[in-house]
Design a protein. Structure first.
Length: 344
């Protein structure tokens, strides 16, 4: 099948439409630091009850820290999980350099059993993969270098999601660069912005029908197009903990209940900001991962989770008990404490 333009590609990879809520699933670890796929499966099922789009591995899922073998294992898990739940998968290609991004993409495609001459696009769709998520190469580089690096990736012709994450990559795709890439490459299908600046979504440049999702946290109800904002959807770290609430908020916006949507948004915003502040002193990991791991600890084990040792981070350390206890107090304060955990 020859796919000529963006609309055809969107129909091909998203035959039932593009989910407006996406989750960058957390990675969980056992005491010895190895990946805990039993816990990840339970967590995935908790989220998938309300969400049909996943980014794995994303920044919140330690995508920048995972080794190549760990990444391969996580991808293998994700492929099984999305197929079983009839969800869609964006594969996270979070590497510093264009060469290592391309190597990882090649490995991911090879993992699908695609040899020379294979129908790669068909294999991707059959596996429920709707795109590869990339950032510009890491470093304080010029906009010309940003454009050149992303051009090399987009020339592959694969369905691609562009990820704005200056907190990690130390540079930002400017609106004019984005508009040029969108006009030139119909395989640029999605754009995620976690910067909090929203420069591309809020700019007047032609986005060319690229689906825009916001990754920055807070004040959720005002960012969707149906509420007068510039975004088509969300790809949020907090979807790991609040899939039902965020899905419910979108439903209220769709029905015109902005008061109800605002009430959910305010509770989530206040709780998330307080927990993010709690984890700022942690020396490893990132705030998106650490805050969600602290909150997910309660969604996994229920109100008594403070009595269990804190969750393991990729670096091999655990989140301290005082942070876990304070996180529980915050969830209680905003009426967000689950009655029981998904780990039974």
């Amino acid at each position: 099948m020859k796919i000529a333009d963006r609309n055809e590609m969107l129909k091909y990879y998203f035959p039932s439409g593009i989910p407006r809520l996406w989750c960058p699933l957390l990675a969980h670890y056992k005491d010895d630091g190895s990946l805990d796929f039993r816990r990840m499966e339970a967590h995935f099922n908790f989220v998938a009850a309300h969400v049909k789009g996943f980014l794995i591995p994303g920044s919140t899922g330690d995508g920048w820290e995972l080794s190549d073998p760990e990444t391969a294992a996580v991808v293998e898990f994700a492929l099984k999980a999305v197929k079983k739940s009839d969800s869609l998968l964006l594969l996270g290609v979070l590497r510093k350099y264009i060469s290592t991004m391309m190597n990882l993409i090649e490995d991911m495609i090879s993992g699908l059993g695609c040899g020379p001459g294979a129908d790669v696009r068909g294999a991707l769709r059959d596996a429920h993969i709707c795109g590869f998520t990339v950032c510009p190469p890491v470093g304080e580089i010029s906009q010309g270098e940003v454009k050149l690096g992303l051009t090399d990736i987009l020339r592959l012709g694969l369905p691609t999601a562009l990820y704005q994450l200056p907190q990690v990559v130390q540079n930002e795709v400017e609106p004019e660069t984005f508009a040029e890439l969108a006009a030139r490459f119909p395989n640029l299908l999605l754009f995620k912005d976690s910067s909090g600046e929203d420069s591309i979504a809020s700019s007047p440049v032609d986005k060319g029908g690229v689906f825009l999702v916001r990754g920055a946290e807070g004040d959720y109800e005002r960012w969707l197009k149906k509420a007068g904002g510039p975004y088509d959807g969300f790809l949020l770290s907090t979807c790991n903990c609040f899939p039902a609430e965020l899905s419910g908020m979108i439903a209220k916006i769709d029905s015109g209940d902005m008061e109800g949507a605002g009430e959910i948004s305010r509770r989530l915003t206040d709780a998330v900001r307080e927990v993010f502040s709690l984890v700022q002193p942690l020396p490893c990991g990132n705030a998106f991962t650490n805050a969600n791991k602290a909150m997910d600890h309660y969604f996994a084990f229920g109100p008594s989770a403070h009595s269990k040792q804190g969750p393991m981070l990729h670096a091999g350390t655990r989140i301290a008990g005082d942070i876990i206890s304070k996180t529980g107090e915050i969830l209680e304060k905003y009426g967000l404490m689950p009655t029981k955990g998904y780990m039974g």
